[in-house]
Ligand binder design. Structure first.
Ligand code: IPM
Ligand code: MG
Length: 359
């Protein structure tokens, strides 16, 4: 049966990088990939068109789709808006409505890019970790939240960090399952020395671990994890953590690989349906210039083929094509180093398509 993919370019460079992903999918269709593409608005673009960052039509199409590919949302233009209609709400709404609770953020260093990392090559060469970030709970969604005025007239802002045992258990299982397919080492990152909520997190991680005796579970406080990621990142295999800690640590881990422009992500529900997106944002500073790196989005297409569309062979074809293009020395400005050839977004996308080779 034809799989439906919903394309949501979003804002800023999201539009430019998505054009390259679509080019790639069209080429795979010519090679026999049986998918149908639909397009919709999300984020600031949707707000401009209809006053909502997540229009009902977009949500309906997202529910009907087998997989969703998203570019990026947000930009300075929409920052003055009320938080309830900011572009980010479009993304958060999709995550919540579709219950995409398991966010997989691999941080893998292509050997060709070792010198683009801010860290010494020997610290990052061969780096291959996955951060599993809880995505639909924690302080991002906890109630109550807001800004209120106290009796003494001062305003105070408040958010709630809350996780139920079942919230923790399902993301724990997702993380253990991934660890089983890798090096079987899982590090759970929390702040159990201060936050009760993450004390429970730790307890549930240990309990679920009894079903995975082959996986070595360790625990780390988030401050230490932030330090260890730059001191000796290769000590990690799979990291599982809360929504906000995962947001922060995944940006840090991305930078180890030379550029945040390289990293894809998958956000999965309990049935393997997913939304796929590059982990970088809408990069307003470079948007419209044709210089954004499309590889994170292209690699997100590979993850989509693997996790939601059961097309592991095609996923590997894309990943090898990206490797070949890097071998050829092509680099967008974010990963450029001396001796390479600087290219723009479209040229990079074309090169990947060309490197796909014969079926
Ligand atoms: C991410 C982003 C989002 C988040 C923003 C855009 C809401 O930073 O996907 O990491 O905080 O989750
Ligand atoms: Mg983030």
């Amino acid at each position: 049966m034809t799989d439906k993919i919903l394309i949501l370019p979003g804002d800023g460079i999201g539009v430019e990088i998505m054009a390259e992903a679509v080019k790639l999918i069209e080429r795979l269709k010519a090679d026999g990939l049986d998918v149908e593409l639909e397009h919709a608005l999300v984020g600031g673009a949707a707000y401009d068109a209809c006053g909502k960052p997540l229009p009902d039509d977009t949500l309906t199409l997202a529910r009907q789709a087998d997989a969703i590919l998203l570019g990026a949302v947000g930009g300075p233009k929409w920052e003055p808006l009320d938080i309830s209609v900011r572009p980010e709400k479009g993304l958060l709404g999709l995550r919540a409505e579709l219950e995409l609770f398991a966010n997989l953020r691999p941080a893998m260093l292509y050997r060709q890019l070792a010198s683009a990392s801010a860290l010494r090559p020997e610290i990052v060469a061969g780096l291959d970790i996955v951060i599993v970030r809880e995505l639909t709970g924690g302080i991002y969604f906890g109630q109550p939240r807001g800004v209120r005025t106290r009796e003494d007239g001062q305003r105070e802002g408040f958010n709630t960090l809350v996780y139920s045992e079942s919230d923790i258990e399902r993301v724990a299982r997702a993380a253990y399952d991934i660890a089983m397919k890798r090096d079987r080492r899982l590090c759970s990152v929390d702040k159990a020395n201060v936050l009760e909520c993450t004390e429970l997190w730790r307890e549930v991680m240990i309990r679920v671990g009894r079903d995975y005796p082959q996986v070595a579970l360790s625990h780390m406080y988030v401050d230490n994890a932030a330090m260890q990621l730059v001191r000796d990142p290769k000590q990690f295999d799979v990291i599982v953590t809360t929504n906000m800690f995962g947001d922060i640590l995944s940006d840090e881990a991305a930078m180890l690989t030379g550029s945040i422009g390289m990293l894809p992500s998958a956000s999965l529900d309990a049935n393997g349906k997913g939304m796929y997106e590059p982990i970088h944002g809408s990069a307003p500073d470079i948007s419209g210039q044709g210089v954004a790196n499309p590889l994170a989005t292209i690699l997100s297409v590979a993850m989509m083929l693997r996790y939601s569309l059961a097309q592991a062979d095609m996923a590997e074809r894309i990943e090898s094509a990206v490797g070949r293009v890097l071998d050829q020395g092509l680099r967008t400005p974010d990963i450029f180093t001396d001796g390479c050839r600087k290219v723009g977004t479209a040229e990079m996308g074309d090169a990947v398509v060309a490197a796909l080779g014969e079926k």
